[in-house]
Write a protein that binds this ligand. Structure first.
Ligand SMILES: [Zn+2]
Length: 452
């Protein structure tokens, strides 16, 4: 074992945990073991944590006490996970209205306030204590482990901000992490990043799917062959053509992961390479429900509702995070892990196009359609109002009026006949300001999203 890894696995991280008042390494060891527990043991653990969470919430958090009282719910009567649907769904809007006094509680750990979705212009504050943060950080290590990465392996990572505090800078040094901004993905910058990866012989890349795709695509353009050991993505949709490009160009598997800015790490793709997501069961309960909050059958698409089993400073119980997904029909995986399986995360609310007849088109509606047209190199769909769709296309010489009509008819047939589709041929699809690539932008549900 290289000295750096030995150093990382043993004393240093434990000392770092002590200094920062966290238990990342202890939790990491726990989750690492728990994933091999039999399913019954995992379910029993979850049930026990859930019942404690519910009693803590009603005793110490006015928001939940009042909410359950309004619905006439006595939580002491809830004995199993299968009865969770009796509890009301909680939205970002509900929590925001009672923040901070109504929805938080005192714990024995230091707390910190975090803001999520700052880029939407409507930040949502959450209070996270050290215990919950330790679990989330341990799971961040574990999701990276699913790609083959081990503590100490050099990583090139992209993110939203380059403002790294002293602690994070030390962490970057110890963890051998090269940190880059996902805002600047110009060709010159991408070439610079690719050069660092090559010079430092870095084998793992981590960050937003869009920035990983931009790197792979640039490497392809300049015909740079880089063999990576693994790529880990988070924070946004990993489109199939992103995955294909990254995996082909870097000759490795992409491990997509799922979490939310509220401090809940949810799932990561199985190391066996089947692209299914293992849910971190000791940390979170994932439900897939219809609009009334009732569970939908395995394999069917529905709203993702999360319950963080660690009460922390701000409990999240049946929290509608705003994404949609589906559970896997099978309960077990060939890898032998006991963790439950999400088949797919289909998209986020902000990626929906709402049509006049009430249909919702997810981004894969469009990616699935355009991938059959070699004439189209890139696209973006912008919804101005409920009937008008502006479709920006970057196309090659083979594009014709006949073909545009064919695409239009396909959108109307499969989506909604009442839509009006306007094509706009452009040279380039601009990045939006967050640096995240969005293929579907809706101007009508923006406000609605802010309120969720
Ligand atoms: Zn598996």
């Amino acid at each position: 074992m290289p000295i750096r890894k030995l150093f990382l696995n043993s004393s240093f991280l434990k000392i770092a945990d002590k200094l920062s008042g966290q238990q990342v390494m202890e939790w990491h060891a726990f989750f690492d073991q728990a994933q091999w527990w039999p399913r019954e043991k995992l379910l029993a653990y979850q049930t026990d944590k859930l019942l404690r969470l519910l009693s803590t919430a009603v005793e110490e958090v006015p928001f939940y006490r009042d909410l359950y009282a309004q619905h006439g719910i006595d939580v002491s009567l809830i004995k199993t996970i299968n009865e969770m649907h009796k509890l009301p769904i909680v939205s970002k809007k509900d929590l925001k209205a009672s923040y901070p006094n109504g929805c938080t509680r005192k714990t024995n750990w230091p707390v910190k306030e975090y803001f999520t979705s700052g880029s939407s212009g409507n930040p949502f504050a959450v209070m996270v204590d050290n215990q919950t943060m330790s679990q989330a950080r341990a799971l961040m290590l574990m999701r990276a482990n699913y790609s083959g990465w081990q503590q100490g392996d050099a990583v090139f990572q992209t993110g939203m901000s380059l403002k790294r505090g002293v602690v994070k800078k030390i962490k970057d040094l110890v963890f051998n992490t090269y940190y880059a901004s996902a805002f600047d993905l110009s060709d010159a910058r991408l070439d610079y990043y690719l050069d660092i990866i090559k010079q430092k012989n870095i084998k793992y890349l981590m960050g937003y799917p869009g920035s990983m795709f931009a790197l792979a695509n640039r490497a392809r353009e300049v015909d740079l062959k880089l063999n990576m050991s693994g790529v880990v993505t988070w924070g946004d949709n990993l489109y199939e053509h992103f995955r294909k490009c990254i995996e082909e160009q870097f000759q490795c598997r992409v491990t997509d992961t799922y979490g939310c800015g509220e401090g809940i790490q949810v799932a990561a793709q199985c190391p066996a390479g089947n692209n299914k997501y293992h849910i971190f069961m000791p940390h979170v309960i994932v439900e897939i429900v219809d609009d009334a909050g009732m569970p939908v059958p395995r394999g069917e698409m529905g709203n993702i509702v999360l319950t963080c089993l660690e009460p922390g400073a701000m409990p999240f119980i049946r929290y509608k995070v705003g994404d949609v997904g589906r559970m896997c029909k099978e309960e077990s995986c060939s890898c032998g892990r006991g963790y439950d399986i999400l088949e797919k995360i289909d998209g986020r609310d902000s990626d929906f196009i709402y049509t006049p007849n009430g249909n919702k088109l997810i981004v894969h509606f469009f990616t699935g359609l355009f991938e059959y047209y070699p004439e189209i190199d890139n696209f973006r769909v912008i919804q101005e109002d409920v009937t008008n769709l502006n479709v920006q296309l970057v196309a090659n010489d083979m594009l014709s009026e006949t073909l545009l009509n064919k695409i239009r008819n396909e959108i109307l047939d499969k989506g909604d006949n009442n839509l009006k589709v306007h094509f706009q041929i452009v040279q380039k699809i601009d990045e939006i300001k967050t640096g995240k690539r969005k293929f579907v932008l809706s101007n009508i549900n923006k406000d609605k999203n802010h309120e969720k």
